[in-house]
Design a protein around this ligand. Structure first.
Ligand SMILES: Nc1ncnc2c1ncn2[C@@H]1O[C@H](COP(=O)(O)OP(=O)(O)O)[C@@H](O)[C@H]1O
Ligand SMILES: [Mg+2]
Length: 145
C-alpha cells in the first residue's frame, strides 16, 4: 500500500492521468471513502484521460453507466443504493467486466462476488486534508513502488 497526499484537485487529476494509460480491458478499480472524499471526481478525470468526451456524473440512482468512445469502454458503478448483490447479476455485471475498465464506488456489497484482484483506492478527507491509500492489483504493482 502507498499513500498519496491530494492537497489540491490537480493532485487527484494527476493520479487519474497516471493510471488511465496503464489500464487494460478487464481491470476493476474499487473506490472506497466517505461521501465527498473525491471518488466521482477521480472517475471524471480517469474517463477524460481515457478519451471519453462525455461528461461523467454520479451514477448513484441508476447504479451503472457505460461510456464508450474512449480508448477502452468505461463502466462506472455506484452501489451506495444497491440493496441486494443479486441485482448485480440482473445488471449484467459479469458480461461487462472483461470488456473494459470497471470502476465501482461503494463496492462493499459486491466484494464477495467480485474477482479477488481489484485495484483498490481508499480516499480520505478529514475536513482539512485529503489523501488516498493505493492498493494496486498484481498487474499494476510495479507502477506504485
Ligand atoms: N484534492 C481533491 N480531490 C478530489 N476532489 C476534491 C479535491 N479537492 C476538492 N475536491 C472537491 O471535493 C468534491 C468531491 O466530491 P465527489 O468526487 O463527488 O465525492 P464522492 O464521489 O467521494 O462522494 C468535489 O466537489 C471536488 O471538486
Ligand atoms: Mg460519488
Amino acid at each position: 500500500m502507498i499513500t498519496i497526499n491530494l492537497p489540491s484537485e490537480q493532485d487527484t487529476i494527476d493520479l487519474a492521468n497516471y493510471l488511465a494509460p496503464i489500464l487494460k480491458a478487464g481491470d476493476i478499480i474499487t473506490l472506497y471513502g466517505d461521501l465527498g472524499s473525491g471518488k466521482t471526481f477521480f472517475v471524471k478525470h480517469l474517463g477524460k484521460e481515457l478519451g471519453i468526451n462525455e461528461e461523467i456524473d454520479s451514477p448513484s440512482f441508476i447504479i451503472m453507466k457505460e461510456y464508450l468512445g474512449g480508448r477502452l469502454p468505461l463502466y462506472h458503478l455506484d452501489l451506495y443504493r444497491l440493496k441486494d448483490k443479486e441485482e448485480l447479476y440482473d445488471l449484467g455485471i459479469f458480461d461487462i467486466l472483461e470488456k473494459g475498465v470497471t470502476v465501482i464506488e461503494w463496492p462493499h456489497i459486491a466484494e464477495s462476488i467480485l474477482p479477488y484482484q481489484t485495484f483498490k483506492l481508499d480516499f480520505h478527507f478529514d475536513g482539512k486534508s485529503r489523501w488516498v491509500n493505493v492498493f494496486p492489483d498484481d498487474d499494476h504493482k510495479q507502477y506504485f513502488e
